[in-house]
Design a protein around this ligand. Structure first.
Ligand SMILES: NC(=O)c1ccc[n+]([C@@H]2O[C@H](COP(=O)([O-])OP(=O)(O)OC[C@H]3O[C@@H](n4cnc5c(N)ncnc54)[C@H](OP(=O)(O)O)[C@@H]3O)[C@@H](O)[C@H]2O)c1
Length: 275
């Protein structure tokens, strides 16, 4: 059974699509708030891709605040080092430069995480890039880079984490997609294709592994105030979703009681500028 619940998160509206096993469970979930009978994140180990900056960084901080141990990767050594210096929490966090497109680097990163923290319970696939050109002007390299990072790498991380989850009796995956995974726009051919693909992959993954106690969720934000845009930060970004708000939604999804799977969350700026 699929139901929709709405909940205010600060100034943003969180629309959740909740998959429940039966109508009684739906009634319980519908009548309760996200804070009731939470899954405890204390002592769990989470992997966050693209965790040095932006949304990923906010998720790393939120997970640490919940008492989880966190391993994150990012593209560059400099970015990882800066994040580690700013985070502190040395015994609870590890960071590594690992290009998510490089399967050998991903394997090494996940093996190092397992060794350091004794297993993996949670995977947040967040690393992503945007390259925005009309389809006729996209290079093959642009196309490959966007699809490889935003889609193929997510498949690889999920596949590689499933054996870790089996050892723990289950796990959770949150894939950070975008409203661009539902709404195409001019100039978005590569980005739209990657995020539409990610949405389809995530739903199939959820159906494939839900009976193994693996809960898979998709988070689709609109504009978030980060350095993601190739054009740089806008002059007035106060209307955008804050990275911390996306992190709050991720934590809400992870803390859902084990009986309930939040399959889809959409986050929108409450008042975008009028066109
Ligand atoms: N910002 C938005 O408006 C928005 C809206 C909807 C969805 N999203 C999605 O949210 C996710 C995060 O976006 P963001 O705004 O936080 O981006 P961001 O501020 O640009 O941060 C991206 C992070 O991903 C890392 N990364 C990029 N390519 C990588 C690679 N090949 N291997 C490993 N790490 C890599 C970066 O590493 P370095 O620090 O080393 O560069 C950085 O830490 C993306 O999937 C994006 O599509 C963003």
């Amino acid at each position: 059974m699929v139901g929709m619940i709405g909940r205010r998160l600060g100034k943003h509206t969180l629309h959740c699509k909740v998959d429940c096993g039966n109508s009684q469970a739906f009634a319980r979930a519908h009548g309760s708030t996200i804070g009731v009978m939470n899954t405890n994140l204390q002592g769990k180990t989470a992997v966050v891709t693209g965790g040095a900056r932006g949304i990923g960084r906010a998720v790393v901080e939120a997970l640490l605040a919940e008492g989880a141990q966190v391993a994150f990767c990012a593209r560059t050594e400099a970015s990882v080092k800066q994040a580690l210096d700013e985070l502190g929490a040395e015994d609870k966090v590890m960071g590594q430069a690992a290009d998510v497109r490089d399967v050998a680097a991903v394997d090494q990163f996940l093996a190092a995480t397992g060794q350091r923290f004794g297993g993996i319970d949670i995977l947040i696939n967040n690393a992503g890039i945007g390259v925005f050109h009309p389809a006729g002007e996209l290079t093959w390299e642009d196309w490959r880079r966007v699809l490889d990072i935003n889609l193929s790498a997510v498949f690889y991380f999920c596949r590689s984490c499933l054996p870790h989850f089996r050892q723990r009796g289950g796990g959770q995956i949150v894939n950070v997609s975008s409203l661009a995974g539902r709404n195409a726009f001019a100039g978005g051919a590569a980005y739209n294709a990657s995020k539409f693909g990610l949405n389809g992959f995530t739903e199939a993954l959820m159906l494939d592994h839900r009976q193994e106690n693996v809960r898979v969720s998709l988070i689709c934000p609109g504009s978030v105030d980060t350095e993601f845009s190739p054009r740089g930060r806008s002059v007035d970004s106060s209307w955008k979703i804050a990275p911390e708000d996306v992190a709050e939604a991720v934590i809400g999804v992870l803390k859902m009681p084990a009986r309930t799977l939040v399959s889809l969350v959409e986050l929108r700026p409450a008042k975008p500028p009028q066109k």
